[in-house]
Write a protein that binds this ligand. Structure first.
Ligand code: HEM
Length: 418
């Protein structure tokens, strides 16, 4: 790809999201980009970065022009051994997030009932119980890393339970999910041994969920894996066990990682100003508004890729067909054209939909579940530990991945038992 605009190139080389200041706080850089060059090219990432709300919205609403087929394809080549492992064992992945209509239309129609409001609200009592149990486990310690002890395990338990993964397999599923995230987004930046490990994890994960889907096809149970296999539709063929197996890693992964990040990001935003935390503890019903504002300011998915299917103008740039884009929800959500005083945490702001869950045909199918989990996680924590505060000297550090916004840890402390 060539670009003749030198300021676009400058901004592109200044974009270093995986390290230093921009990893800690990417938002000032995006503010500059929205102002100076709202769509700029990053040679390092081989992609055009889209930063304004209007442009991001236009892309996600137009899947004909902006395809999702390459969404899960790593932008750079991994070491050759990775190909060998995949060539022998890998099953092609059918998923919602990396498909376009008409395939996407069928898949979405077939899985939508599993994520319906009644199905999700049935989980509420269990999520509340798990939140309390997790807090019981660390309540008398006076300090904890909330990412490890609360943010991750809560949505992990929920999603594993929903799809019928036995609790004793949670740990290895977690490892596979972590490796699969690296595999999808930053594989080629890892040392060769880690790349190979991640490829093995992806294959083991596929074998595991294939067995799970085959088992539920033969012996249906009260879980979503069985539901997906039994769902029928007037216009579409049912999902085969192989298709369900292919969908499962995506659900297990998307279903916990992003919600875990939401919980930790929200608690951090609150504890940074103790009066915010006190406000929630005094009025737990405000958790819904806190979740929305945390999602807007620190979306777990900072962005997603798309690829142009035809020549198109976007944000003042002429793009050819076949160009990779990164649409940055994290930047769009702070666009002052859309959200006045966009950098401020304000739970009282007028409710304008933000882009944290995307928009259009790929709008997050788990949004209801994520919101419910986030809300219960905050409410329960504020009820149990109203005196929570950040540990002395805590400095937030973020996992260096391009798309996710996740704290490596969240050290907190409190006085007395919960
Ligand atoms: C805070 C938590 C979450 C955030 C911020 C989030 C964010 C997103 C975003 C931005 C998209 C759109 C991707 C695109 O346009 O390319 C998406 C899609 C998706 N999300 Fe979520 N998500 C969250 C939780 C969940 C949960 C709990 C599940 C449950 C399984 C889930 C499953 C999915 C799936 C399957 C898609 C693809 C939908 C499609 O392509 O039709 N997500 N999510």
């Amino acid at each position: 790809v060539t670009t003749t605009d030198s300021s676009a190139q400058d901004l592109g080389s200044a974009y270093q999201p995986l390290t230093g200041e921009q990893l800690r706080d990417p938002y000032p850089f995006f503010a500059r980009a929205r102002q100076e060059q709202p769509v700029f090219f990053s040679a390092d990432l081989g992609a055009w970065v889209v930063t304004r709300y209007e442009d991001v919205l236009r892309v996600v609403r137009d899947p004909q022009t902006f395809s999702s087929l390459d969404t899960l394809d790593a932008p750079f080549e991994p070491v050759p051994e990775v190909f060998e492992i995949l060539m022998e064992n890998f099953r092609p992945v059918v998923h919602l997030v990396n498909s376009d209509p008409p395939d996407h239309t069928r898949l979405r129609a077939m899985v939508a009932p599993a994520f319906s409001a009644p199905r999700i609200s049935r989980l509420e009592p269990a999520i509340r119980r798990w939140a309390d149990e997790l807090i019981d486990a660390f309540a008398d310690q006076g300090e904890t890393d909330l990412v490890a002890s609360y943010g991750y395990p809560l949505p992990m338990r929920a999603i594993m339970h929903m799809f019928g993964v036995p609790p004793e397999d949670t740990e290895r599923c977690k490892r596979w999910c972590d490796d699969a995230t690296l595999f999808a987004f930053v594989l080629s930046t890892l040392p060769p041994e880690r790349q190979i490990e991640c490829a093995h994890s992806v294959v083991e994960f596929q074998d595991y969920v294939a067995e799970l889907a085959d088992d539920r096809a033969a012996n249906p149970r009260d879980d979503l894996t069985s539901d997906l296999l039994q769902t029928t539709h007037d216009d579409f063929e049912p999902l085969s066990p192989a298709e369900v197996a292919s969908l499962l890693p995506g659900f297990l992964l998307a279903g916990h990682e992003s919600t875990a990040n939401l919980i930790a990001n929200a608690v951090r935003l609150l504890l940074e100003r103790p009066s915010r935390w006190e406000g929630l503890a005094a009025a737990p019903e405000t958790a819904t508004a806190v979740v929305e504002e945390a999602l807007r300011l620190e979306p777990s998915f900072q962005g997603m890729p798309r690829t142009t299917t035809r020549a198109v103008e976007l944000g003042g740039v002429e793009l050819e067909a076949g160009q990779r884009l990164l649409v940055m929800f994290g930047s769009a959500n702070r666009d002052a054209q859309r959200f006045p005083s966009a950098d401020e945490f304000d739970t009282g702001r007028p409710r304008l939909p933000n882009l944290s869950f995307g928009r259009g045909i790929h709008f997050c199918i788990g949004a209801l579940l994520a919101r419910l989990e986030g809300q219960i996680a905050l409410e329960t924590l504020a009820r149990r530990l109203p005196g929570l505060r950040l540990a002395d000297g805590f400095v937030p550090a973020y996992v260096p991945t391009l798309m996710m916004r996740g704290l490596t840890r969240l050290d907190v402390c409190w006085v007395g038992d919960a």
